[in-house]
Ligand binder design. Structure first.
Ligand code: PEP
Ligand code: MG
Length: 888
């Protein structure tokens, strides 16, 4: 049987791969092949498939036939380039790079200039007539090979390089002369021998095999694992390896290298956007070691190459019909493309690009919608600096990732993670970031770096994460030992508060006030498209007229959950609520409740008005009553205070009574205790007051001519008889009020489904309930038996040990809680076919949970106002995914 194909060649009219082979060739390999197919100049090379990686990582063995296929690809390459791999006089040099299915910028390792050794460096010097270039390439190769393949820390090489520059009193690497570079080569080889106990391998083929192995292994390095976790990339995919003939951006003033985007990745504006460096290799741009020039200046520096680059980027964008992130190198005036991929972009840019491309006729609305990650929208609705605030701007850098952040200064990623864990908000301040910092960047509110451009690691990663970032802020200097950073005018200590504005590049002393931005026109447009395709309703969880108004503006189609207990906490209310709880008789309780009635009614009037025409689901009181009483310790302190100052007897008695009541109401397990409809069963007068307030408010507004649709929701039902009992009271009060006011309200009575018993008896419950709303917070709590309040102590371990993939209180556990939801829906609709069913736990604004809700046949989800646009987009994705499935 013939060996399988493990190696795919590209370039030189021999391209074997194409864009659609990403799973096998990785994103980089597939797109290099596609560019070659399009006639775009790419240095020739070959891709070793992801399958080889997966197989190698399993058993540390290559599949049979791989080595032969690599050797024959190298031979082909030699033929095209006209150089020989491992040759002393005319050496073929290659780059070895990783390339997974999904792009993982900076997460994996790369080796450039592979094939050089003590002899071939002389051949390269002779052939190019440029010994400086040859030794510059060699010292770079030694450092990269040492770091990536041999596992010697990059800083060891950096340190020697910095010392060399200092001793020669020069700043730029490009100022190192050939002698200095030769010395560095010797020093680097000594480092390698010292650190590994072996001499640097001089054999090119050995170098290649070692580098390929290192790239495969880098799939499992810590930063790649972290990146995969953060971006939900399966560990089983593996990476491809791309081996490609080297081209040089470091061959003098007519050479250079750059990174560019076909549109502005920060704003989405349609303009060529990027940076380049003259006389440099690719990693210099990305690493942010030198500050690069804006791409527009390349027009003057190298007009012909720039013109060609413009033609290519337009061709690529039209071909891929998406914004491209490209890497190029100019070798002595000749342009080569090294990479193209769909560019990462901020949320704002994603929306603008999607909307613009529809207007330009490049893509249709459905494609545009699917290009917008629902969670990205959330980032757009995040705070910006209040324009009216007075700011003490102490430094300015590049506006690398928009949005504003406030936090305490920390200087290491580790510290950032620790502080964030303890609940602090931090800004990570670094000279430059590296992939090792990923955890700290994720934990920080924002990132500030001294060095690096718009495509530096910090900038790219922060944009991907949707975190504000100011990069290249060279007006500040950091002294980690002293724990300070200083600008010309001031010194800021670790732990001090600063604010950064990633949209302007400003660094500001202290905490600035932040505001939520307006929804852009483009966002409104794409959300409208989302509404055109989605079938799942989106409501909001809101308990004030203000929240209801905000949510309606964000597109909410009603309220799915109004938690009435939130209305009991106002300063003017809490004393009356406490009076009601302290009451020893039904009559006393009623008299306290009578004082609450007008306040509740006023709340409902406001909310109904804000949501006029849409249904408003009001949940009757749910939490245990002790939540409204003072803390036991606080009361005890008060008692001791009164006693020690000899306060009058009646005052002491009053506090003692409160303490008795607190003790009486105290529960070992309040979340499973005296709450929900159990309150309504024991103290019917509480629900009576609430129903009276709801219906009176509805009558009042109906009389004004408004269309009010109240839905009264009974919480925490476990047995149909609870519902029957409470429902009877509700119906009675509602009828009495309507008769008295002489108004007919079309109200509905329904229940929350939050307990497994309610799910399992949903057919019976549906006979009484006109609607269901899954309370997935409690349903998750009671299905897992995880306390909502205490799970934080152990859930991180569950996720770390991969027992659970996500926190089930944030992302719906589809296989457990989700199964219950399905049963509840089926049973509920078996006895009431037109049963309206919603979901109002935290999951109502989480995209994967919303998509699940669509699939299982919910009528709507309900979430906090700011997540309404996210849910609208997720619901559209759900509908489009279903459409795709049906086509298949
Ligand atoms: C729920 O349990 O999902 C719910 C929405 O109610 P609460 O969070 O108020 O308990
Ligand atoms: Mg609940």
């Amino acid at each position: 049987m013939a060996d399988s194909k493990f190696v795919y060649f590209f370039g030189g009219n021999r391209t074997e791969g194409k864009n659609s082979m990403k799973d096998l060739l990785g994103g980089k390999g597939a797109n290099l092949a596609e560019m070659a197919n399009l006639g775009i100049p790419v240095p020739p090379g070959f891709t070793i498939t992801t399958e080889v990686c997966v197989q190698y990582l399993k058993g540390k063995e290559y599949p049979k036939g791989l080595i032969e296929q690599v050797d024959s690809a190298i031979e082909k390459l030699e033929g095209i380039v006209g150089k020989k791999f491992g040759d002393d006089n005319n050496p073929l040099l290659v780059s070895v790079r990783s390339g997974a299915r999904a792009s993982m910028p900076g997460m994996m390792d790369t080796v450039l200039n592979l094939g050089l050794n003590d002899r071939s460096v002389l051949g390269l010097a002779k052939n190019t007539g440029n010994p400086r270039f040859a030794f510059d390439s060699y010292r770079r190769f030694l450092a990269m090979f040492g770091d990536v393949v041999l596992g010697i820390g990059h800083d060891k090489f950096e340190h020697v390089l910095s010392e060399k520059k200092q001793s020669l009193n020069i700043i730029q690497d490009t100022d190192l002369d050939v002698n200095a570079l030769k010395e560095l080569v010797e020093q680097f080889k000594t480092i390698i021998e010292r650190e590994t106990g072996e001499k640097f391998p001089q054999d090119a083929r050995k170098q290649l095999m070692m580098a390929i192995e290192a790239v495969f292994q880098s799939w499992n390095n810590q930063r790649a694992i972290t990146y995969r976790k953060l971006n939900n990339i399966p560990a089983g995919w593996g990476t491809a390896v791309n081996v490609q003939a080297m081209v040089y951006g470091n061959m003098g003033e007519t050479s250079g290298t750059g990174v560019a985007f076909t549109r502005d990745p920060g704003t989405g504006e349609k303009r060529f956007f990027g940076e380049y460096l003259i006389n440099a290799q690719g990693e210099d741009v990305v690493a942010g070691i030198r500050t690069p020039n804006p791409i527009s200046t390349l027009k003057e520096a190298m007009p012909a190459a720039f013109r060609q680059l413009e033609e290519i980027y337009v061709k690529l964008e039209n071909h891929f019909r998406d914004m491209q992130d490209i890497e190029f190198t100019i070798e002595q005036g000749k342009l080569y493309m090294l990479q193209t991929r769909n560019g990462k972009r901020t949320a704002a840019a994603a929306i603008k690009i999607a909307a613009d491309m529809v207007a330009e006729g490049l893509i249709d609305k459905k494609t545009a919608l699917l290009r917008i990650e629902p969670n990205q929208i959330d980032k757009l609705l995040h705070p910006m600096i209040d324009p009216n605030a007075t700011l003490q701007v102490v430094a300015s850098g590049l506006p690398a990732s928009p949005g504003a952040a406030v936090g305490q200064v920390v200087f290491t990623a580790e510290h950032a993670e620790k502080m964030a864990e303890s609940g602090a908000k931090v800004i990570l301040v670094r000279t430059e970031t590296s992939p090792e910092d990923i955890g700290g960047m994720n934990a920080a509110e924002g990132i500030l770096t001294v060095r690096g451009g718009m495509t530096s690691h910090a900038a790219v990663v922060a944009r991907g994460m949707g975190k504000p970032c100011v990069a290249g802020c060279d007006a500040i200097s950091i002294d980690i030992k002293k724990g300070v950073f200083s600008t010309g005018s001031c010194t800021i200590n670790e732990g001090d508060h600063i604010s950064i504005d990633g949209s302007t590049g400003h660094v500001i002393v202290g905490k600035v006030p932040l505001i939520t931005p307006e929804v852009s026109e483009e966002l409104r447009t794409v959300l409208q498209w989302a509404d055109e395709v989605r079938t799942l309703g989106v409501r909001t969880n809101a308990d004030t007229p203000y929240d209801a108004t905000v949510a309606r503006d964000f597109g909410a189609e009603g309220i799915g959950l109004c938690r009435t207990e939130h209305m009991f906490f106002g300063d003017d209310r809490i004393p009356v609520v406490r009076e009601m709880i302290m009451a020893e008789s039904g009559t006393a309780r009623r008299s306290a409740l009578a004082k609450l009635l007008p306040m509740q009614k006023e709340d409902f009037v406001g909310i109904f008005r804000a949501m006029e025409g849409y249904p408003v689901t009001i949940r009757l009181l749910d939490p245990p009553l002790h939540e409204f009483l003072p803390d036991h310790e606080e009361a005890l302190k008060k008692l001791m205070e009164l006693e020690s100052k000899g306060a009058p007897e009646h005052e002491i008695d009053r506090v003692k009574k409160i303490m008795d009541r607190i003790e009486f109401l105290q529960e070992i397990n309040p979340m499973l205790g005296f709450r929900g409809c159990r309150l309504g069963v024991v103290y019917p007068e509480i629900y009576e007051m609430q129903v009276q307030a709801i219906i009176e408010a509805a009558c009042e507004l109906t009389k004004e001519g408004m269309n009010i649709v109240p839905e009264i929701m009974i919480p925490l039902i476990s047995h149909v008889k609870e519902l029957q009992l409470v429902k009877k009271q509700v119906v009675k009060i509602a009828s009495d009020v309507m008769a008295e006011k002489d108004v007919k309200i079309n109200y509905r009575i329904g229940t929350m489904i939050e307990l497994p018993r309610a799910v399992l008896t949903a057919d019976k419950i549906a006979r009484e309930a006109e609607f269901f709303s899954f309370g997935t917070n409690d349903l998750t709590q009671t299905t897992f038996g995880f306390s909502r309040d205490d799970a934080g102590k152990f859930l991180p371990f569950y996720i770390e040990q991969s027992i659970l993939e996500h926190d089930p209180f944030a992302v719906l556990d589809q296989s457990g809680v989700g199964e219950l939801i399905k049963i509840g829906i089926d049973k509920g609709r078996s006895t009431r076919h037109d049963l309206k069913i919603g979901l109002c736990g935290e999951h109502g604004g989480e995209p994967s949970s919303v998509i699940f809700g669509h699939k299982v046949g919910l009528n709507y989800v309900s979430c906090s106002p700011f997540r309404v646009p996210v849910a609208r987009m997720a619901a559209a994705h759900a509908a489009l995914q279903e459409e795709e499935m049906n086509k298949k």
